[in-house]
Design a protein around this ligand. Structure first.
Ligand code: SAH
Length: 216
């Protein structure tokens, strides 16, 4: 079994990373504290440990990446998570974003479509001690109707369009944070203001791996 080792050196690098996120405009103290807490290096292959506290995305296998810390901070801030909120994450990947949400005391439901990553993260998160309510192998385009409605939904892959299923699984007042686009994505915040009413905000350009259809 691999040893999950966090050290003062890692904590120091993490504090520096968090400071750089403040410089880039992240202000939510709870989000910053959560990111200062989660040992990001443990979500990556140990040979790449030195890259863990740079503000960059990084390969995690199956052609996927762990999101850039700034992107994680930005999306999480937009969700406005309160303790005990139910949050749906599309694209579990390494489980890093999941852990940040768990550290914010959210009840997290997360979906991953790559079997290899799903299996890995299902073993890893319990060892680390950041436990979502459920990790599912499946197609994020469908959301998780059995656990809906959600206070917040976060999509961590670039979606070609906003899936209707995700809109319908938001509570009134709930927030969907989704990068929309093919080559580059516009970070889009959608707030459900009524049964059939949604408010849309565009929050700038980002770059994500694509949100793909479920493999059969
Ligand atoms: N939140 C992750 C980011 C991983 S990158 C982290 O913190 O590490 C995006 C993830 O979305 C990838 O793991 C990819 O396999 C997954 N993904 C892509 N399309 C998907 C879909 N339709 N349903 C669920 N997950 C999907």
């Amino acid at each position: 079994m691999t040893l999950l080792k966090d050290t003062l050196k890692h904590q120091g690098l993490r504090n520096q990373l968090v400071k750089s996120l403040v410089v880039k405009g992240i202000t939510d103290k709870k989000v910053l504290d959560a990111m200062a807490l989660i040992p990001r290096h443990l979500f990556m292959d140990s040979s790449f440990e030195n890259f863990a506290y740079q503000d960059k995305a990084f390969p995690i296998g199956a052609n996927q990446t762990i999101s850039q810390p700034y992107t994680v901070a930005f999306q999480t801030e937009q969700l406005k998570v309160k303790a005990h909120d139910t949050i749906l994450e599309i694209g579990t990947g390494s489980g890093y974003q999941t852990s940040v949400l768990v550290a914010l005391k959210a009840k997290v439901y997360t979906v991953e479509r790559q079997l290899e990553l799903y299996k890995k993260v299902t073993l890893f998160l319990p060892k680390l001690g950041y436990l979502p309510k459920a990790i599912r192998f499946g197609d994020g385009y469908l959301g998780l109707p059995e656990f809906a409605p959600f206070d917040g939904i976060i999509v961590t892959a670039g979606a070609p369009f906003v899936p209707k299923e995700l809109l319908s699984q938001l509570k009134i007042g709930g927030r969907l944070v989704i990068p929309v686009g093919i080559d580059t994505q516009v970070m889009t915040l959608i707030i459900r203001t009524g049964n059939k009413d949604f408010e849309k905000h565009e929050l700038g350009d980002f770059k994500f791996v694509p949100m793909l259809k479920k493999k059969n």
